[in-house]
Each structure stands twice: as structure tokens, then as C-alpha cells.
Design a protein around this ligand. Structure first.
Ligand code: ATP
Length: 427
């Protein structure tokens, strides 16, 4: 049986992924735990719009469902109005792998769906589910359960739901410590990063000197190690010194894959709350507004306003160096008519500019005589027809740049994973 779960936490505590650990113990064993991140722009989300799923085999179905439902009732933070838990159970012998089923997870990652969309599928395919509150959690639960089913039983169709994947080891605190300050040995975490990067990433932010892998919230997570393989995340975790833990789970995940990014056929198609990579020419010089947010505009068929917000820290220094005429590819979410940058590829840089000609006699800059009337040296009276082309030094070069680890969204692909491309990773 494939179990999908979503929406059990609130800003005051819990984390849906923690139920993976609880169910691992209560169901005696689980297989292929999946952590599937959905559209990062969904407004109902608590934090990173995570859903989980797993396969459970060694109990009878009735017993599995009872254990899962009891666990949700015990842990879900339903006192919060915005917590609407949902669980979906897909049987082992489910074989209606239709287009509707296969396309649902990606739809949840890239756009918005209604509760009724999930309900229609559940009813049409007789998929059992359970919910509390308004049942919104069944959206993510269904998406995640489909991913686990396809990934486990139909690997040839994996490219439709999980075309790329990474791993995250999530270690959970003992219950009596929830809400208290986390005890993690900073030095050992920096060391673990140094010894395992680039097989693991986003453990620390070396420039901003932050532990990225340790959350600040009241949730049960002590830390999470992200990496390319199960082996890599376990080995990094084993090097870290920390408070006693309740246990850990390694999830297979779409984190760090850019699964949310779409390549639109035209800039005109950009939709609110969806994420894109868009190519264009810079048409307005970057400008910094109060608060440190940097804005500029690119143009392709249409103008697209882009922003590097203050939390993206030193990434803004790259963006500030852009000039009119540079060719770029911008990656990010389109929110309130602004593309919020997660990455930028500088495709080509303008490396010449036009300046007023110099007087051949005195060497001073000539003055324009008016539109189309040439240039003249006010002192010597010398004349020139046109401006001169001057090479300019650019402090940036072509290639991909990204926000630092402390500003990275869970689903964004870090450049360290973009092998074979010209990249400037931030670490
Ligand atoms: P955490 O990451 O801490 O587990 P969260 O950020 O995942 O929390 P949830 O509390 O799970 O946030 O809330 C997200 C809600 O949005 C869930 O009910 C989920 O089913 C729903 N949802 C997810 N993706 C979409 C989507 N694409 N369209 C509409 N609703 C969605």
C-alpha cells in the first residue's frame, strides 16, 4: 500500500516529515519514503510546501490504515485553522496509470489545483483517503502517493513525476526537547560539509557563516542533510556532533531539482504564482530600492520585471553589475508581476560602450552639436561625425549565478548539481 500524507503542521510546531519516523516505528517497516515539494508559491503552505509518502507492506491494509489515521489524529496540529490534514491510500494492485494520474503530481508542483481536483480523482479511481478540517491536505497527499507508487512500481514512468531526485536525511529531536534551543556542534557541521561537499550541499553557508541545515522553528527537526546519495547524507550526518535524537529518516526527494521551473513558449504566458526560466535582454539598469531590493527589467517579446530581494544577500552584487544590452536567462517565481530571482545565467555581456569622441589636438572629450549633427571640440574647433567605441571592463563573466544557501528554496537546484555548465556556485 502507498500512503501519502500532507498538511499536519502549523507555524507553532510539528513537521509532516516527522510522521515518516513515527510510521517507520509503528508500521514496523516502511519502504521508499518520499519527500515531495509542491508549488512553493501556494499561499496555504506553512513553510516549504512538503508532502510525504511511503510504501508499507507487512501488515494487512485495514491495520495499516488504522495506524496511519490514529497517528494523524495524535500529531496533526488541527487547532490551527490553516492545518487541514489529508491522507491517501493507494493499493498495491492499483494499475490505472492514466494521463490524469501521471500528470497530477507535476501539476501540484508547477501550478495550483483545487481540493475538488483531488477529490474527483480519488472518487473516479476509488482511491481511499482520510482527512480532517477542509481536507486540503489530500492535494499534496495524493500527489506524493502517486509519486511513491510510480517510483516504486513503474520506474519507466518515473520521468513524469520525479525526473531528477536527491536525498535528505532528517534527524528528529526527542520530544522533551521540542521548542528548546537546539544543541548542535557548529564546528563538526562545518567539518562534515568540508569533507562531503559537493556530494552534500546547503549544509552550511560559508559566506554568511550560517548553519543552513539546522532550522530555527519549534518543529521536531534537529537538522537535515541534503545530498546526491543516501550514502553521502548518512556519512555527513555521522560526522556531526549533536544532542541525543529520537531517530532519522532518509527521504528520496525532488528538492534541489528545479522541478517547479517551466520553460514558457513565450514571455506573454507567465502566470501568477508559477515559476519560470525566461531569456531576455536587459533593458533597464538595475536599481536598488529602500530595504536593499534590486530591480531590473528584461525584454524578449514582452518586458519582464525581475527582482533580487534583500535576503538573497551577495547575489545582489552580481545583479547590480548588469548593464543594458546584456543577454540573460532568469530563473524564479512570478509573483505580483515580478520574477523573483533564484538564479541567473549571464549569456552574453556588453563589453563595449559608445562615448563622445576625443579631440585629436587636445585629447579632451568633444561636445555633441545636437541630434545627428556630429561632435565638436569647444576649444580647438575640431569635428567628428560619430561616437567612439570603447571597450569596458566587466567585473562579472558569463555563466550561471545563484542565491546563497541561506536564501535557497528547498526545490531550487543548486549550481553544484549543474555539471557540465559554466557555473559560479555560492557556498
Ligand atoms: P511543511 O513544509 O512545514 O511540512 P508545508 O509548507 O508543507 O508545511 P502545509 O501545511 O502542508 O505546508 O500546507 C500546504 C497545503 O497546500 C496542503 O494542504 C497541500 O495539500 C496544499 N497544496 C499543495 N500544493 C498545492 C497546489 N499546487 N495547489 C493547491 N494546493 C496545494
Amino acid at each position: 500500500m502507498f500512503i501519502g500524507i500532507d498538511d499536519t503542521d502549523s507555524p507553532d510546531g510539528m513537521c509532516t516529515t516527522y510522521l515518516g519516523l513515527v510510521l517507520k516505528e509503528r508500521l514496523e517497516s516502511i519502504e521508499n519514503p518520499i519527500l515531495y515539494r509542491l508549488n512553493p508559491n501556494v499561499r496555504f503552505k506553512t513553510r516549504g510546501n512538503a508532502s510525504i509518502s511511503m510504501r508499507a507492506q507487512n501488515e494487512n491494509n485495514k491495520k495499516i490504515k488504522k495506524i496511519v489515521k490514529d497517528t494523524i489524529k495524535e500529531f496533526a496540529m488541527v487547532e490551527c485553522n490553516n492545518t487541514n490534514p489529508g491522507v491517501v491510500f493507494i493499493d498495491e494492485d492499483f494499475n490505472s496509470i492514466t494521463e490524469e494520474i501521471l500528470s497530477f503530481p507535476l501539476k501540484c508542483v508547477r501550478s495550483f489545483v483545487d481540493i475538488s481536483d483531488a477529490e474527483n480523482i480519488l472518487e473516479k479511481y476509488s482511491i481511499d483517503s482520510f482527512y480532517l478540517g477542509n481536507g486540503r491536505g489530500r492535494i499534496g497527499a495524493l500527489a506524493s502517493a502517486i509519486v511513491c507508487l510510480v517510483d516504486t512500481i513503474y520506474p519507466e514512468l518515473r520521468y513524469r513525476v520525479l525526473p531528477d531526485h536527491t536525498y535528505e536525511l532528517l534527524a528528529y529531536r526527542k520530544k522533551e526537547r521540542w521548542g528548546e534551543k537546539r544543541v548542535v556542534d557548529v564546528e563538526s557541521v562545518f567539518k562534515a560539509d568540508e569533507l562531503t561537499y559537493p556530494s552534500t550541499w546547503d549544509t552550511v553557508d560559508t559566506v554568511n557563516k550560517e548553519l543552513v541545515c539546522v532550522p530555527n522553528t519549534k518543529c521536531p527537526v534537529l537538522l537535515g542533510v541534503r545530498g546526491e546519495s543516501e550514502k553521502a547524507v548518512i556519512s555527513a550526518f555521522n560526522m556531526m556532533k549533536h544532542e541525543p535524537i529520537e531517530g532519522w529518516v532518509v527521504y528520496k526527494t525532488n528538492q534541489g531539482t528545479d522541478l517547479h521551473i517551466q520553460n514558457p513558449s513565450s514571455n506573454i504566458d507567465l502566470k501568477e504564482g508559477e515559476s519560470y526560466v525566461v531569456r531576455g535582454r536587459v533593458v533597464s539598469e538595475p536599481s536598488t530600492i529602500r530595504g536593499g531590493h534590486v530591480f531590473f527589467t528584461i525584454e524578449n517579446e514582452k518586458e519582464v520585471k525581475c527582482a533580487a530581494f534583500e535576503p538573497t544577500k551577495q547575489f545582489r552584487n552580481i545583479v547590480r553589475e548588469l548593464r543594458v544590452g546584456d543577454e540573460v536567462r532568469v530563473y524564479g517565481s512570478y509573483i505580483e508581476n515580478v520574477l523573483n530571482l533564484e538564479k541567473i545565467e549571464i549569456v552574453s555581456l556588453v563589453n563595449h560602450e559608445l562615448r563622445n569622441p576625443l579631440c585629436p589636438k587636445c585629447g579632451k572629450s568633444m561636445k555633441s552639436k545636437g541630434n545627428g549633427k556630429g561632435y565638436e571640440c569647444v576649444k580647438c574647433g575640431t569635428y567628428a561625425n560619430s561616437k567612439r567605441v570603447v571597450p569596458i571592463e566587466r567585473p562579472i563573466s558569463v555563466g550561471l549565478y545563484e542565491v546563497p544557501p541561506c536564501a535557497r528554496r528547498h526545490i531550487s537546484k543548486p549550481l553544484v548539481r549543474m555539471r557540465g555548465k559554466c557555473v559560479h556556485p555560492m557556498r
